[in-house]
Design a protein around this ligand. Structure first.
Ligand code: PHE
Ligand code: ZN
Length: 861
């Protein structure tokens, strides 16, 4: 490997500057001689001049520099400029050959070819392939790959790459080789190889057109019996994509590999998905229901990318939401179909509000199709993914399932084999579904969450009601002025007197202000607004506790019922945190009313009766007061717990039935079981520690055990430490479960949590080398609002210390820890100053990565 270039000025890349590549690499032959610390790669690239020009070939590089590059067999002198190798090529087509040498075991960034637990694997999205060889490393260069791997057979018995295995065999000195060929042209970010000691859970799937596909999930010896859920999810996904989108799998093999050191959730490499092991491994003893759902959702997500991402890929990284927004929408619908649609929608909206709304309302706000970036890794965001999915969902809502399918059929057929743009997708939906999306396109270009106000006006004299709507979209960085968007709002007006739900209508709000007739009512109707969360907006509805309680009990849309009860809680909490003395009574009564139906719909009841998070309460306030929010939230829980103590005890006892079954009802029972425990603890019931410890000790599965431990972690009782120690003793050899041990303590509501986190960072099991472990401690802590925002500022200092220590090893993961510090504008002066100081301290660190520099400097602005 050559010397590293001097630090470059950080460049901003603009979407409007897009130019097709001057040269295309059409075929790639790679010959890997694999070993943990010195792997050589011999590359043969078939290139073609793209258009008529006389510009040189430019290959993107990131550290893996060949000593000699040959063009048609002749060594060619090249120059280096801004991360590219530049070499003259005289002919229209040519063969470029060279060899690079890389050290996977020194690759702590986990990008390119890296070592994890003795195995070798790759991660190339977005720009990791250039860490293996210099290349036209951009998604609009699609090539056909042939990969030969050679390695020591004992150390690396399994050799996998994209596509199909075409040859294998033994070599001298205990070595062997395998050759793989992927017939589908693909961009370099979908390249993958894996080598290691792996065992497979094997199964098969027959596609609708009768092709047999060999399925394999590769894990380390000992993990095999935790792959069943992932395999079932894979088969269900394959069938679902055939049935719902008419998309079949297109290779005779599909491999999945689980690795323990991984920056993200998983990666959709063609025919060879590589997963963070937390999204593959699950059994009842070690995985909670949330983990099982995560496995199902991520397996589906990566599988669905085979069409939405691989067969049709992205022209450039500004189009990332083309594959991610659509694929998240697809995996959300899949999970809804596999379980409870209503509960899935509630969970997805909760994630959107927790992760995306703050992003849209802060210094890092960007449209789902960004206009510029410095480091693309910083744009794998909740906005591109989750808001992107909401934008697709709105299109589907406006046209209905049949026409939406006609639109996606046209999209897949028209762009199969291409690198497409978001605009291509929108145009396909327009034509295939028959809808004009001119104004709707603003969702791709404007950042910021729209605020929509809704007011019902009732005219006693004429007996008619009207709905008055307004929309405003707040200014975001670089976008001071916004245009009104097209916002699809599912609404209904309920006549309380009639006791029957009003019929639903879809209102398309396209103006800054609009009015809609609601029909005839003898008294003012109750508005059911943005049902199913049809648009990702902040609704400001003139509402009173009576109407909310009625909606919580009677609305026919389950999301609206959930939303009404949450709004009631939120209004009460915000009023009290802001110094008012709003009564708890309405909330306590409405929660009691919902709890009463626990046996018939446990999952829904558990969702609806869980209080909004501290962070979400904070999001409603101009200046967040974390201590008051924690105090008032706890006080409201106490009121609920004390008033309904008897019912909660009944529920807790009555839901302790099934520890491991994965049906929606059984999962709902478990969620409710622990919600009841939580409220009983909050009620200050004297036996709460004993009750929680009993649930912990007798749990038949991880869901009950982890939830009980989480509640115990808030307590001062001796049972707390006993349980934490028991959990550690039982699971310290299981990395994924040990992550839970760290997270549980970082989530604790106790006042000493910042010190506990600081101490855990020194724990022998803590390591900066494993992204899951880093997130399990610091990611959880940064999400624990009042603890992270401890007035002393030590939470901020802890996070800044982490970012500074992690950046030289793993800049991507370090940069992802920064956004919580960027919320300083929402806090009081003293906290804001401490948060800025933490960001400034990060920025003063020498040799900072581009990733962290971009996030920290934007967060200060
Ligand atoms: N493309 C992956 C997904 O969403 C995410 C990912 C991005 C993984 C970058 C690794 C690196 O499915
Ligand atoms: Zn994805």
């Amino acid at each position: 490997m050559s010397d590293s270039p001097s630090p470059l000025a950080i460049r901003t890349i603009h979407r409007s500057d897009y130019q097709p590549p001057d040269w295309l690499v059409e075929t790639v032959h790679l010959d890997f001689d694999l070993s943990l610390d010195a792997t050589t790669v011999s590359a043969t690239l078939g290139i073609r001049r793209n258009g008529s020009h006389d510009r040189p070939l430019r290959l993107d590089e990131d550290g893996a520099i060949p000593e000699v590059i040959r063009v048609d067999g002749k060594a060619v002198a090249y120059t280096r400029d801004s991360g590219q190798l530049i070499l003259p090529v005289g002919s229209e087509t040519a063969t470029v050959t060279f060899t690079t040498t890389i050290d996977p075991s020194a690759n702590t960034q986990l990008m390119g070819l890296f070592a994890s637990n003795g195995m070798l694997c790759t991660q190339c999205e977005a720009e990791g392939f250039r860490r293996i060889i210099p290349f036209v490393d951009r998604p609009d260069n699609m090539a056909v790959y042939t990969v030969r791997m050679e390695a020591d057979r004992a150390a690396f018995p399994i050799l996998l790459a994209n596509g199909e295995k075409v040859a294998e065999g033994d070599l001298d000195d205990g070595r062997h080789f395998a050759e793989w060929h992927d017939r589908w042209p693909k961009p370099s970010y979908l390249f993958a190889l894996v080598a290691g000691q792996l065992v497979a859970n094997r199964d098969s799937f027959t596609t609708a057109s009768g092709m047999d596909v060999d399925l394999a999930i590769w894990v380390r010896d000992g993990d095999l019996d935790r792959t069943g859920h992932a395999m079932q999810a894979l088969k269900n996904s394959m069938r679902w994509d055939e049935q719902v989108y008419g998309r079949e799998y297109d290779l005779p093999v599909f491999n999945i590999v689980a690795v323990s050191d991984f920056n993200m959730g998983a990666m959709e490499n063609k025919g060879l998905n590589i997963f963070n092991s937390r999204y593959i491994l699950a059994d009842a003893d070690t995985a909670s229901d949330l983990d099982f759902d995560g496995v199902e959702g991520v397996v589906a997500h990566e599988y669905f990318h085979n069409w939405s991402g691989n067969r049709v890929t992205c022209r450039d990284w500004f189009q990332l939401s083309l594959k991610e927004g659509f694929t998240v929408y697809r995996d959300q619908c899949f999970s809804a179909d596999m379980g409870s649609e209503a509960v899935k929608r509630i969970e997805d909206v909760r994630i959107l509000r927790a992760a995306q709304f703050p992003e849209d309302n802060g210094p890092l706000a960007h449209p789902i199709r960004p206009d510029s970036y410095q480091e693309i890794s910083n744009f794998y965001t909740a906005t591109v993914y989750n808001k992107g999915a909401e934008v697709i969902r709105m299109m589907a809502t406006m046209v209905g399932p049949k026409r939406f399918r006609a639109g996606t059929d046209l999209y897949f057929d028209r762009h199969d084999g291409e690198a497409a743009t978001c605009e291509d997708f929108v145009r396909a939906i327009e034509e295939g579904a028959g809808i004009n999306l001119s104004q709707f396109r603003l969702w791709y270009s404007q950042a910021g969450t729209p605020h929509v106000t809704a007011r019902v006006e009732h005219d006693d004299a004429s007996g008619t009601a009207a709905l008055h709507l307004t929309q405003t979209i707040p200014a975001t960085p670089g976008q001071p002025d916004k245009q009104p968007m097209l916002i699809p709002l599912r609404i209904a007006a309920h006549d309380r007197a009639k006791n029957a739900p009003g019929s639903e209508q879809l209102v398309l709000l396209g103006e800054a202000e609009a009015s809609v007739s609601l029909g005839r009512f003898s008294e003012p109707p109750v508005l059911s607004f943005n049902r199913g969360f049809s648009a990702p907006i902040i609704a400001e509805v003139a509402r009173n506790p009576g109407d909310l309680a009625w909606l919580a009990a009677h609305d026919d849309d389950p999301f609206a019922r959930y939303e009404a009860l949450q709004a009631l809680m939120l209004d009460t909490l915000v009023a009290r945190v802001s110094g008012g003395d709003a009564s708890h009574d309405a909330v306590v009564a409405a929660v009691g009313n919902t709890l009463a139906s626990w046996a018939s719909d446990p999952a829904f009841v558990a969702e609806a009766c869980a209080l909004p998070s501290e962070a979400f309460v904070g999001d409603q306030m101009l200046v967040v007061d974390p201590d008051a929010i924690r105090r008032e939230r706890r006080a409201l829980q106490r009121s609920i717990g004390q008033t309904h103590e008897a019912l909660l005890r009944t529920i807790h006892a009555g839901t302790a039935t099934n520890a491991t079954e994965l049906s929606p009802t059984a999962k709902g029972m478990r969620k409710l079981h622990s919600l009841a425990l939580m409220l009983l603890w909050a009620s200050d019931a004297a036996d709460a520690p004993a009750l929680a410890f009993a649930q912990f000790a007798q749990a038949g599965g991880m869901t009950d055990r982890q939830a009980a431990l989480g509640i115990l972690a808030h307590m001062d009782a001796p049972e707390r430490q006993t349980a934490l120690d028991a959990f550690y003793a039982r699971y310290h050899d299981n990395q994924l479960v040990l992550d839970k041990w760290f997270t549980t303590q970082a989530f604790s509501l106790r006042a000493d949590t910042p010190e506990v986190v600081a101490a855990l960072a020194q724990h022998p099991d803590f390591t900066l080398g494993n992204p899951n472990r880093v997130r399990s401690l610091y990611g959880a802590f940064a999400g624990n609002q009042a603890s992270f925002h401890d007035a002393s500022g030590r939470g901020y200092a802890l996070l800044a210390d982490l970012v500074i220590a992690l950046d030289p090893k793993n800049p991507q993961t370090a940069a992802r820890m920064i956004p919580p510090l960027g919320r300083w504008k929402r806090f009081d002066e003293s906290r804001a100053r401490l948060m800025r100081e933490a960001l400034e301290r990060i920025l003063e660190t020498p040799d900072l990565s581009r990733d962290v520099t971009e996030q920290a400097s934007k967060s200060l602005a």
